[in-house]
Design a protein around this ligand. Structure first.
Ligand SMILES: Nc1ncnc2c1ncn2[C@@H]1O[C@H](COP(=O)(O)OP(=O)(O)OP(=O)(O)O)[C@@H](O)[C@H]1O
Length: 361
């Protein structure tokens, strides 16, 4: 059998190459062989979060898998049927004995595109880290990523049962997906329009209430000095271990943008606020529509649209160019990424989703 070979050391060389390839393999019924998985990471190969994503996507399409072990740098993934909607429970702790704060929002990103297009409704219970470094936090997925996908036709809702922070995790989120959303609509956000609102949550788990209150107060002051009114809610949550962070959402006429900073021991609440607001203001001043994270996380969905998507982005990141390369390897889209004014970029994605398959055996 011919397997599509994907080199996991390409470009960014991280876990996203794997997740995008898994989603697209399930959506198109393509058998894939991934090599050099996460070759550019300090500890290459499959970590708990990635292994959970492999097994989850395999469940959706009854895939035969080889190399699905912690640390594995090679994986063969052979879908045996079209994606099946249903009720699923996924727990990153099952991938690693002794627990893991693996990012369940990244696992969610691998399974949502196939479930959104599959016939029928699904519910997914996900357990692990919900607000952990180097990944989209729950707030970002609920406030920015899913509403952007909703504009493209995806119908999904996400709720937080319990937050999970680094290093213990043990959070839980529940996803419901409507399914049958074919064809998707293209994303048009060359210009973002005017700023409508800035909202946010300042969260602390198992920590005193003054921490989120100080994060919220400092953030509101910084944004007010820049002429931006923000409504930021402080809240204290219970979790398996302590954690804190500030999660900001900006609504423009034609797009959404999200900015995060997480707390850590020795970092003041005010520093957390300065970090998140610094990122927000850098994007605001760039004039671009999408921030860098949303851009790389939208490429896969845009590749599934029969019409052309077009958006400006604050910065052309290695995650963006690498994800573009993966969808092109599947022959699903032509992605044109061009530098534009003052370090921003313009992205054009011409989807060719004829390969998306609902009918393989
Ligand atoms: N603060 C953030 N807000 C939103 N998205 C984020 C944030 N930080 C990281 N991301 C997203 O998380 C993803 C991380 O992908 P990456 O390829 O780095 O893989 P990974 O599986 O996290 O693991 P690794 O980097 O260890 O391989 C990217 O899509 C990136 O845009």
């Amino acid at each position: 059998m011919d397997l599509l070979r994907i080199d996991g050391s390409y470009g960014e060389g991280g876990g996203q190459i794997l997740r995008t390839a898994l989603s697209l393999a399930a959506l198109t019924g393509t058998a894939v062989r991934l090599e050099n998985i996460r070759a550019r990471r300090r500890k290459p190969g499959l970590a708990a979060q990635h292994l959970t994503a492999v097994k989850a996507v395999a469940l959706l399409c009854d895939a035969r898998i080889e190399g699905a072990d912690l640390g594995s740098q090679t994986l063969e993934f052979i879908p045996c049927r079209s994606v099946r909607a249903g009720d699923y429970t996924l727990d990153v702790e099952e991938a690693r004995e002794g627990g893991s704060a693996g990012a369940i929002m990244l696992v969610l990103q691998a399974i949502l595109p196939p479930l959104a297009l599959a016939e029928g409704a699904s519910t997914v219970s996900l357990r692990g880290g919900t607000h952990v470094p180097m990944s989209p936090p729950f707030d970002y997925v609920r406030e920015v990523w899913l509403p952007t996908l909703a504009r493209m036709g995806v119908r999904a809702e996400l709720s937080l049962i319990r937050s999970g922070w680094y290093p213990i995790g043990k959070g839980e989120a529940r996803l419901t997906v409507e399914g049958g959303r074919w064809p998707l609509k293209a994303l048009k956000a060359r210009n973002r329009g005017t700023l409508q609102a800035v909202t946010g949550r300042a969260l602390a788990a198992n920590l005193p209430a003054h921490i989120p209150e100080r994060m919220a107060a400092r953030a509101q002051r910084i944004l007010a000095d820049a002429g931006i009114v923000a409504a930021i809610e402080p809240a204290v949550l219970q979790a398996a271990c302590a954690g804190a962070g500030l999660f900001l959402t900006v609504r423009y006429d034609h797009c959404l943008a999200g900015f995060t900073a997480l707390g850590q021991r020795g970092k003041t609440a005010e520093r957390v606020a300065e970090e998140a607001c610094g990122a927000l203001l850098a994007h605001y001043r760039s004039g671009a529509a999408l921030e860098e994270h949303l851009a790389d996380q939208i490429v896969l969905l845009a590749a599934l649209c029969p019409e052309e998507s077009l958006f400006s982005v604050e910065r052309i990141s290695p995650h963006l160019t690498t994800n573009a390369w993966v969808v092109e390897r599947f022959g699903l889209a032509r992605v044109d990424i061009r530098p534009a004014d003052c370090g921003t970029g313009l992205v054009r994605i011409r989807g060719n989703p004829s390969g998306v398959c609902h009918a393989h055996p």
